[in-house]
Write a protein that binds this ligand. Structure first.
Ligand SMILES: C[S@@+](CC[C@H](N)C(=O)[O-])C[C@H]1O[C@@H](n2cnc3c(N)ncnc32)[C@H](O)[C@@H]1O
Length: 295
């Protein structure tokens, strides 16, 4: 039984963080002409009505997209994300928030393929309706972890997997580390983006260790904290692990997240962290080309 419904949280600070980074990953994939595949293992409903009573019950969007909606000074790297949200609200008033599937569909090019997976039957039906008019998109009512086994590696051999679990099971961190290991064994060159909430330090250390033990190299960790860690009610922050981040992604993400943090945490609580959880592992004798190679 899946109790989690994303409509309670749609457009909150965690969605802004996740979707802003998702857009940068998709922009990077589009720099090469060859088509890519985007696999969303926990897709949600695709579109969220922020006027719905569930969204109003928590009003989490007010401290997320609500803080960016009227800004006209956003950095260029954030513009495609805000354009995606604005295109859902052509009348100029914030009402609908696009989830990761709709954002990916807005960013993809004609030959790129989108695969969406959602386990909640009702949410999956809503998702199907939300993308019904789109081409080259498949919606599957199934377990996202099974989808990793079923759909990887994709025939395109390039692309991105977003693993955006609702964390409604106590052992979700361990499950994600296992799933990531298996998925990476199937497709070692794919980009994997894994969203996670910042929980108690012991849980985070356990996750860090489990991911390091997978033996996967080249994992960038990005975290955003918008409240003091001792805040009791809600999660104080969230993070994303990116396996095989594209070229320039790290350099773009740092200033982008700093800007987002200043916009979402004007009281100055928390901050941003970007570091390598696991540095790139390269076969002996091979090294990354340095700028001086071309001199
Ligand atoms: C955080 S929400 C997804 C939000 C969406 N990715 C977005 O950014 O707009 C997590 C979703 O995963 C679904 N879910 C939970 N467990 C799942 C599983 N094992 N496989 C697939 N979907 C699952 C939930 O029903 C929920 O809709």
């Amino acid at each position: 039984m899946l109790a989690y419904r994303h409509l309670f949280h749609a457009g909150n600070f965690a969605d802004v963080f996740k979707h802003a980074l998702l857009v940068r990953l998709l922009v990077a994939l589009a720099r090469k002409e060859a088509p890519y595949c985007y696999l969303d293992t926990h897709a949600g409903t695709g579109r969220y009505d922020l006027a719905h009573e569930w969204a109003w019950k928590t009003r989490e969007f007010e401290n997320g997209i609500g803080r960016l909606w009227d800004r006209n000074d956003v950095p260029a790297a954030l513009a495609p994300y805000l354009d995606a949200v604005r295109s859902e609200n052509p009348k100029g008033r914030l009402r609908f928030y696009p989830g990761s599937p709709l954002i990916a569909l807005k960013m993809r090019r004609p030959g790129d393929r989108v695969v969406l997976v959602e386990l909640n039957r009702k949410d999956c039906a809503e998702l199907e309706a939300a993308v019904a008019r789109e081409r080259h998109v498949a919606v599957h009512h199934m377990d996202g972890y099974q989808a990793l086994k079923a759909f990887l590696p994709p025939p395109e051999r390039r692309g991105l997997v977003l693993l955006d679990s609702s964390f409604d099971r106590s052992k979700e961190f361990a499950r994600i580390a296992r799933a990531l290991k298996e998925a990476h064994q199937r497709w070692s060159t794919g980009i994997f983006a894994v969203w996670y909430p910042l929980m108690a330090p012991a849980a985070m250390r356990g996750f860090e260790r489990d991911v390091q033990k997978t033996g996967i190299g080249n994992i960038l960790r990005l975290e955003l904290l918008v409240r003091k860690r001792d805040a009791e009610t809600a999660i104080p922050g969230c993070g994303m692990l990116v396996v095989n981040p594209p070229w320039k992604f790290e350099a773009e993400a740092r200033p982008l997240l700093d800007w987002i943090w200043r916009a979402l945490a004007p009281e100055g609580a928390g901050g941003v962290k970007v570091d390598w959880l696991v540095p790139e592992v390269r076969p002996a004798g091979r090294r990354r080309p340095s700028p001086s190679d071309s001199l």
